[in-house]
Design a protein around this ligand. Structure first.
Ligand SMILES: Cc1cc2nc3c(=O)[nH]c(=O)nc-3n(C[C@H](O)[C@H](O)[C@H](O)COP(=O)(O)OP(=O)(O)OC[C@H]3O[C@@H](n4cnc5c(N)ncnc54)[C@H](O)[C@@H]3O)c2cc1C
Length: 545
């Protein structure tokens, strides 16, 4: 069997290597543009920040080493320009000589990835305008920084790639601003209140995010001098364009292969509408594992997981790829972010009876040096009690909370399934009730009515306007608000009416829950706890008259 793979980075090399292990007799050939194969796109920002020292460390295998290791042939600098499905061959252009060659196949794999979106505006060709996709992109940016050319940079695009580059530039003392057209950074990744919190944390670390701001042009004579936005012109020595990626599929336009907005449509076996042609990675559309809807997942994880399955199917197996949850995790300046599953609005749009809860919970034993907090937003279905999604902020290890949720959602677990799971605990790692399980418990309390709350999103939207804020922290912290000391709460509180609308606010939400529990016992009927306390809802301090 002759298998041609077009594209030789994450998906392409994964498929080639796995296929040769599955079927040594398969004749596997990779045709790919550019000089590198198998490079770590995900590692590029860390090369910019000197965490990864050498370019060669970004390239997992050279073509020669890969061929020796796997038995697959690799042709670099080879751009496929046309697919002839009837003749079962592709035409490819040698990027160095311009020579056109034809390669035949029994099975073809499209693994051509995606390229950074380049805006149609003036100045994108100026010196010190960068994108971040290949090792050479990272080398160019680091060289310019190390040469002292870049003191101030504007990153256009507040997705995880732009923010990772921002973090690494910031670590090298470049003053970085991020602009994004969307109302918040990390659009689609987080719900708005989690994005807004992240923006505040980045600002604390010197990275200013300007949202709802569009790029208009890049100004300069030879090199970048200013970045003109819909709000103002910002002085800058460099502009990093991180406005998303677009699938590399233009060469398929006349092939009859079905596509949607440039992504190749595949079935669960990763085949296109032509059963002899597969598509995997950033160039292909996959499905959302919860909703079953089509979803684009331009992620290295998806390229590798789906690539492995495609290879097994090419070797004759019949394995269905179950799809993605939109899982992602990123280390940003001063904060780590992670998510999986459905966010609040998409969950509602998908028809679920959505309940959410925000907790601020210790990430390890509070007395252990270096302990901090996770801020977790959990999304579940009221009717079935199934977990639908999670968003996590933290100093570190957010991936462990996200990955439990990935497992739970993939296995369609209910909150009851999850609440008593035997998660690992020792003080340096976690808490006796795992932060994830703690959040499940809080969600169950909320669903049962034992925990009555106003969420941060509701609070920001004005849901607490007719509530009296009651400080329920260990010590009074909210100037002008009545204070309840939980340890002395043994009966009705003077000055607080039992029918009065009271918003109980503490540091994180936990102590206020205990106060609420006690107040209910004493006949108070209209109390609510502000989820996430003042840790998450910092505007509370300004909201008390
Ligand atoms: C800065 C950065 C950070 C990232 N961080 C993460 C992360 O933390 N986690 C994560 O999961 N993902 C991350 N990603 C995404 C991840 O790198 C991509 O999803 C992954 O590389 C996609 O693999 P792919 O094989 O589909 O495509 P690509 O890696 O784009 O490879 C496709 C290859 O095909 C070649 N090609 C294109 N057209 C043709 C043609 N016509 N003929 C021949 N060859 C062609 C391309 O030149 C390229 O070499 C990051 C990406 C970037 C840029």
């Amino acid at each position: 069997m002759k298998v041609l793979i077009v594209g030789g980075v994450a998906a392409g090399t994964k498929i080639a290597a796995k296929l040769k292990r599955e079927d040594r007799s398969a004749e596997v050939t990779i045709l790919t543009k550019g000089k590198d194969i198998s490079y770590a796109g995900c590692g590029l920002p860390y090369y910019v920040g000197d965490i990864i020292k050498e370019r060669k460390d970004l390239v997992v295998n050279t073509p020669e080493a890969f061929s020796k290791l796997t038995g697959a042939s690799v042709f670099t600098h080879t751009e496929v320009t046309h697919v002839n499905r009837e003749a079962k061959n592709v035409e490819a252009r040698d990027e160095e000589t311009g020579k056109i060659s034809t390669y035949t196949y029994d099975k073809l794999v499209i693994a051509t990835g995606a390229s950074p979106f380049l805006p149609d505006c003036e100045g994108t060709n100026l010196k010190n305008v960068f994108v971040m996709r290949t090792p050479d992109d990272a080398v160019a940016l680091r060289e310019a920084v190390d040469a002292g050319e870049i003191k101030r940079a504007v990153v256009v695009g507040g997705g995880f790639i732009g923010l990772e580059v921002a973090e690494n530039l910031n670590a090298k003392d470049v003053k970085v601003s991020v602009i994004d057209f969307a109302p918040h950074i990390l659009p689609g990744f987080f719900d708005p209140e989690f994005s807004a919190y992240t923006e505040d944390k980045l600002a604390d670390h010197g990275i200013m995010c300007f949202t709802g701001v569009a790029l208009e042009s890049i100004i300069g004579t030879d090199k970048v001098e200013k970045v003109k936005t819909s709000r103002r012109a910002m002085k800058a020595d460099a502009c990093i364009l991180a406005m998303g990626v677009r699938p590399n599929t233009a060469f398929l336009n006349d092939s009859g292969i079905e596509m949607f907005k440039g992504t190749v449509i595949t079935n669960q076996y990763l085949q296109t509408n032509d059963p002899d042609i597969y598509a995997v990675g950033d160039c292909a559309m996959v499905t959302n594992r919860v909703t079953g809807d089509a979803q684009w997942s331009p992620m290295g994880s998806t390229a590798n997981i789906a690539g492995r399955i495609a290879a097994m199917n090419l070797a004759g197996k019949e394995i269905a790829y179950p799809g993605v949850l939109g899982t992602g995790v990123a280390k940003l300046a001063g904060i780590c972010v992670g998510r999986t599953g459905l966010n609040e609005k998409p969950a509602k749009d998908a028809g679920y009876d959505v309940e959410t809860v925000v907790t601020v919970v210790d990430d390890k034993a509070h007395y252990y040096p270096g302990s901090g907090s996770f801020i977790i937003k959990m999304i579940a279905d009221r009717a079935s009690h199934k977990l639908l999604g999670i968003q996590v902020l933290g100093n570190e290890s957010v991936d462990k909370v996200v990955d439990i949720a990935v497992t739970a959602i993939s296995m369609k677990a209910t909150l009851e399934d999850l609440q008593s799971m035997d998660f690992a605990y020792a003080p340096p790692f976690s808490t006796a009730i795992h932060p994830f399980a703690h959040t499940v418990n809080v969600m169950l309390n909320k669903l049962s009515g034992a925990f009555e709350t106003i969420t941060p999103a509701e609070y920001a939207a004005g849901a607490a306007e007719d509530y009296k804020i009651v400080d329920s922290a260990i010590n009074p912290t909210i100037k002008g608000a009545p204070f309840i000391d939980l340890t002395k709460l043994e009966g009705p509180v003077e000055g607080l009416g039992k029918e009065e609308k009271l918003l109980l606010v503490c540091a994180k939400g936990k102590r206020a829950y205990m106060v609420q529990n006690r107040l209910k016992h004493f006949g108070y009927t209209q109390t609510k706890v502000l989820e996430g306390g003042v840790t998450f809802n910092t505007s509370v301090y300004d909201d008390v008259e």
